[in-house]
Design a protein around this ligand. Structure first.
Ligand SMILES: Cc1cc2nc3c(=O)[nH]c(=O)nc-3n(C[C@H](O)[C@H](O)[C@H](O)COP(=O)(O)OP(=O)(O)OC[C@H]3O[C@@H](n4cnc5c(N)ncnc54)[C@H](O)[C@@H]3O)c2cc1C
Length: 484
């Protein structure tokens, strides 16, 4: 079933649909389907675990099964709510030896629902411990920690790293796909802060990966995305002192977008590395700058002066706050929703013609109850001090990530969503002359063609070699996973 067919099925019939996840597909082969339906099977697994094994209908099951992207809701045969590394190992061995489809789930924010399965969901989301060592400045996070745990634990010790602003996103998915955040131009990507990780591979063995041990897998874990090689149970990061004072801002204009957008596209990429910024333009015609500057409000005003020359903002919030208070202001709860996002990396400053295209598409949006927006995240700075082949994350040297976000709700009928999806596809294609064909794997997109090349570029062959070494049976797989 194609995407439109799927949406029609979900929205038109109001169904809960099982969709392909890692190692799982919407419909299982007969033998596997009867295996996963067996109560005895799951009783046997529960006996091996400390954490609970939840089956449909049990308390807590729906909360754990519900992903961030509601378009991909499904019903796993069982959810192992792992309490320890040994639980993860037991689940992997159990599923591998019996050929049971499974997925790893941490924060559940895969854009394309790739932490969903109709088999076994190996859920590490209760493994959220964080230990900080003041001597080394290293923070060790358990595999299920979320941005919220980073906020709380590093906030308490006055440290930071490159984290996301959505508190419910899992650090596992974030770091494995690279990880962008408002600190990235200062401190690099989240994966650039990673110094060590532990991962349970298909055999059930726990491997330690760092610059010395299993360094090929460590290379791959920094940018190849989750779900490809094993289930990570810990991540150790370098940390940085949290600023005593940081300028945070949210500034919006409701008019003059035709002049503001091209100016922003040429001005902002020249700003110092202390600027972390997201620009968005909505279908309602609002242009917003959201971000932080390691600097003063006066320095921010100097960067933004070309925009202020065009028009005074309609909404302006600029404040100096201690780092973690500033992050609270910038944070987003990231509630489950219906959405589809499509990204492209841009390596050159976008010409004025790009702004015309962007604004034309936004003005001709066919409409959903929640609208759509185009945005960019400024890249560069410390990200580019690492070579494209030094980690699996290949998009070094890019100016920005361009992304189109389409949102809708259960109130939109299937025809409306389908028209909006067509608009999104046309918009994504229309951005091609101004961007590269590279896409961000953390904004994973089930409708992207040539996706392996788009996510990994020149690093793809090496990733295949790592895959063959650590997961020769392709046990860890999903519709866009790295093939053997
Ligand atoms: C609201 C929102 C805000 C976001 N903000 C940012 C942002 O600021 N910066 C950014 O870079 N990205 C951002 N993202 C994208 C996000 O980083 C990716 O979607 C990421 O994959 C989510 O990780 P997760 O653990 O929450 O998701 P999950 O759905 O649990 O996992 C994502 C993938 O990783 C696999 N996986 C999960 N846990 C593990 C594990 N322990 N070991 C191995 N594989 C695992 C899953 O099987 C799946 O394939 C955002 C996404 C959303 C929805």
């Amino acid at each position: 079933m194609n995407r439109r067919g799927f949406l029609q099925a979900v929205l038109g019939a109001g169904l809960t649909v099982a969709l392909g996840g890692c190692g799982g597909t919407g419909s299982l082969p007969g033998g596997v389907a009867s295996t996963v339906a067996s109560e005895t099977l799951w009783l046997a697994l529960q006996k091996l675990l400390i954490g609970p094994l939840l089956r449909p209908g049990q308390v807590g099951y729906v909360t754990l099964a519900t992903p961030s992207n509601l378009g991909f809701t499904n019903e796993p045969a069982a959810i192992a709510h792992c309490a320890s590394v040994a639980d993860v190992q037991a689940c992997v061995r159990f599923a591998h030896t019996r050929g049971i489809p499974m997925v790893a789930r941490s924060g559940g924010h895969s854009y394309a629902g790739y932490s969903n399965t109709v088999g076994l969901q190996i859920d590490v989301s209760r493994m959220t411990g964080v230990e900080y060592d003041p001597g080394s400045g290293l923070a060790r996070l358990q595999g299920g920690a979320r941005n919220a745990n980073v906020y709380a634990s590093l906030g308490a010790v006055g440290r930071t790293l490159t984290h996301g602003r959505c508190k419910s996103v899992g650090v596992a998915g974030l770091v494995l796909g690279g990880g962008i955040g408002f600190n990235m131009r200062r401190y690099g990507l989240t994966c650039d802060n990673l110094v060590d990780t532990e991962v349970v591979i298909a055999s059930g063995d726990l491997l330690r990966c760092n610059a010395v041990e299993n360094s090929d897998l460590f290379w791959a874990c920094r940018g190849a995305g989750g779900g490809n090689f094993g289930i990570h149970t810990s991540f150790t990061f370098n940390t940085f002192p949290a600023d005593a004072a940081l300028t945070v801002f949210s500034i919006s204009w409701l008019s003059d977008l035709d002049a503001l957008l091209p100016t922003a596209l040429t001005t902002l990429p020249t700003a110092q590395d202390g600027l972390g910024i997201k620009l968005s333009v909505t279908t309602l015609g609002i242009l917003t700058l959201l971000g932080q500057l390691a600097g003063t409000p006066a320095e921010l005003r100097a960067i933004l002066d070309p925009l202020y020359q065009i028009a005074t903002p309609d909404v302006e919030y600029i404040e100096v706050l201690p780092y973690w208070e500033g992050q609270e202001f910038l944070s987003d709860p990231g509630e489950p929703a219906y959405y589809h996002e499509r990204s492209r990396y841009a390596y050159l400053p976008m010409p004025a013609a790009a702004s015309v295209t962007i604004l034309e598409f936004l003005r001709h949006f066919p409409g959903t109850s929640l609208g759509a927006n185009w945005k960019f995240f400024l890249s560069g700075g410390a990200i580019d001090t690492v070579a494209p082949d030094q980690t699996a994350f290949v998009h070094r040297g890019a100016t920005l990530i361009s992304s189109i976000e389409l949102d809708w709700s259960a109130y939109d009928d299937a025809r409306r969503v389908a028209a909006a999806q067509d608009w999104l596809a046309a918009f994504h294609e229309a951005m091609r002359p101004y961007t590269s064909d590279e896409c961000f794997v953390n904004f994973i997109d089930g409708s992207q063609t040539d996706y392996l090349q788009a996510y990994y570029g020149a690093n793809l062959d090496r990733l295949r070699t790592v895959k063959r070494r650590y997961d020769p049976d392709n046990f860890f797989n999903y519709p866009q996973s790295i093939p053997v």
